[in-house]
Ligand binder design. Structure first.
Ligand code: SF4
Ligand code: SF4
Length: 511
């Protein structure tokens, strides 16, 4: 397949920061396997959305790749066993998100044999209908691997118009995280072939693969993989400036196209679809090799680990196991973060497990966490406004939330905040702005959920009333029809009797 090389004119997005990358430390060593932990804990609802129907019970022997849950709903993504072993039972394990929460998991005692179910590739996928490809990706447990874990099938199949362009997001912009770059360097052909598959799933005409301009030599590596393809949509590899948060979906789309995704809208509304490069590679594994999504690459890094690196880790592996595979802690480690330093979540313990969305474990020490100055009042300097890539007014959001005026914060587009942390990073008053936004968004979502539940209950009540009325009317109509039939039958009987009487009379006369 030819590599399209159109002059894609790059655009700037508002705000953003140039940050020290700190990636070389984990990129220096080759990708390795974390190995299997003795026990893995596969979250039943590890993706965004509901859990599917449970297919296994305690004591069952399972093979790697075996479905543990099932569902036909695009938002309920099946979970699969990452190893062979025995189901020890259901348990609750600490989860990274929301902080301090626990998730229901299937505990599997690994047997170390690494026995797999027979793979089920989607043969002749290029000749299939898009819906067949989407169904297969759903059955293989695909979710977005960029961190959000949004069900891939639900992102591919929706009530929008034609998608003309698929963007593969390899702009891994947050400091320290290097799992996507590692993937693109180690499996460029899987990323490109997966891009073709995802494009076929929405009938997109072209694919843009975006990476940052400081990823040395990677554009050429991917270009070679594109050149090896003999068919498929036009593909362009584009280097974008290494500015944080360039990898944010909306920011990347604006950089590549100059278009802004409508507020409260989706990229699909303007004919674009954005997937992480790791999701593309997982699509290739699922479709061409019939392998469900049971592992991912995790960057284990920071001044607090002995050997920063990128590891292939099974979903359900405790983070303590990854730390051990990276040589263990350095003595002075004081905080673990899931994700990067700007948008990551502090972990309460290393018992938290790897999910499909775990891209980085960052171990920090006292040096990075030296207590900063106490927060001071906002001085209205506007630095946060200049830095905000979502073009929000962070200081007004802060004031509204500090005063518990959540609906006012909603009107100020709080829900558009991507929690990138740029505003807090530049704030001279050291206000922990993102903490306010996270808390405020959680409050709004809870209140929305309550409203949705109330609306659902009302709709159900109204539907029941309508059903009862309809059934009553149907019963009446049936009774009426029966009475009419009966009446007609009686009339017919009378006519028959009369005919018989006439015939008898005629016979008598004839006698
Ligand atoms: S940067 Fe900090 S002090 Fe300046 S306006 Fe924003 S919140 Fe206020
Ligand atoms: S955290 Fe939210 S408000 Fe602050 S800069 Fe990022 S998008 Fe803007």
């Amino acid at each position: 397949m030819s590599q399209e090389n159109p002059a894609i004119r790059l655009h700037d997005f508002h705000g953003g920061l140039v940050l020290a990358p700190h990636k070389a430390v984990s990129l220096e060593v080759p990708l390795a396997s974390a190995g299997l932990a003795e026990r893995v804990y596969v979250p039943i609802g590890q993706h965004q959305g509901q859990a599917g129907e449970l297919l296994v019970a305690p004591g069952d022997r399972v093979l790697a790749g075996q479905a543990l849950t099932a569902s036909d709903d695009d938002f309920e993504v099946p979970a699969h066993a990452p190893c062979s072993g025995t189901v020890a039972g259901l348990c609750e394990r600490p989860a990274s998100h929301p902080p301090g929460s626990r998730r229901r998991c299937i505990e599997i005692l690994a047997d170390g044999r690494d026995e797999w179910v027979a793979p089920i590739p989607l043969s002749d996928w290029a000749q299939r209908r898009p819906a067949e490809i989407v169904d297969h990706l759903h059955a293989m447990g695909l979710v977005g691997l960029g961190g959000a874990m949004f069900p891939t099938a639900a992102k591919l199949r929706g009530p929008w118009g034609a998608i003309h362009t698929l963007i593969l997001n390899g702009a891994e912009c947050e400091p320290w995280i290097s799992c996507d770059e590692t993937l693109m360097r180690s499996r460029p052909e899987a990323v490109i072939r997966g891009g073709r598959i995802l494009a076929a799933a929405v009938a997109a005409e072209r694919v843009i693969i975006a990476l940052e301009d400081d990823m040395e030599g990677l554009a050429a590596t991917l270009g070679k993989a594109v050149a090896e393809q003999d068919s498929g949509p036009a593909m362009a590899i584009v280097e974008v400036p290494a500015v944080y948060p360039q990898g944010g979906e909306r920011q990347l789309i604006e950089t590549l196209t100059g278009l802004q995704v409508p507020s409260n809208g989706l990229p699909q509304d303007i004919g674009l679809l954005c997937h992480n490069v790791a999701t593309a590679a997982a699509a290739c594994d699922a479709v061409e090799h019939g392998r469900p999504l049971t592992e991912r690459i995790v960057t284990v890094t920071g001044p607090g680990v002995q050997r920063p690196c990128n590891l292939r880790a099974a979903v359900g592996t405790p983070i303590a196991h990854l730390i051990a595979a990276a040589g263990g802690y350095r003595e002075e480690v004081t905080r673990l973060v899931l994700g990067g330093p700007m948008s990551g979540t502090a972990l309460a313990s290393d018992e938290v497990i790897v999910t499909k969305g775990s891209h980085c474990v960052l171990a920090l020490t006292d040096r990075e966490l030296a207590p900063g100055p106490e927060p001071m009042p906002c001085i209205n300097c506007g630095d946060c406004v200049a830095a905000c890539p979502a073009s929000l007014m962070p200081q007004l959001l802060f004031r509204a939330l500090a005063a518990d005026r959540h609906e006012q914060a909603r009107e100020l587009s709080l829900l558009e905040c991507i929690e990138c942390g740029c505003c807090a990073d530049v704030c001279p008053s050291h206000i922990p702005l993102v903490d306010y936004y996270r808390h405020g968004k959680a409050r709004l979502r809870l209140s929305d959920l309550d409203h949705r539940r109330a609306a659902l209950a009302r709709r159900r009540f109204e539907a029941r009333e309508q059903r009862l009325t309809r059934q009553q009317a149907e019963r009446k109509a049936r009774r009426r029809a029966r009475a009419e039939r009966l009446q007609k039958t009686e009339v017919a009987q009378d006519e028959i009797q009369a005919a018989i009487a006439r015939a008898k009379a005629k016979k008598r006369t004839g006698d």
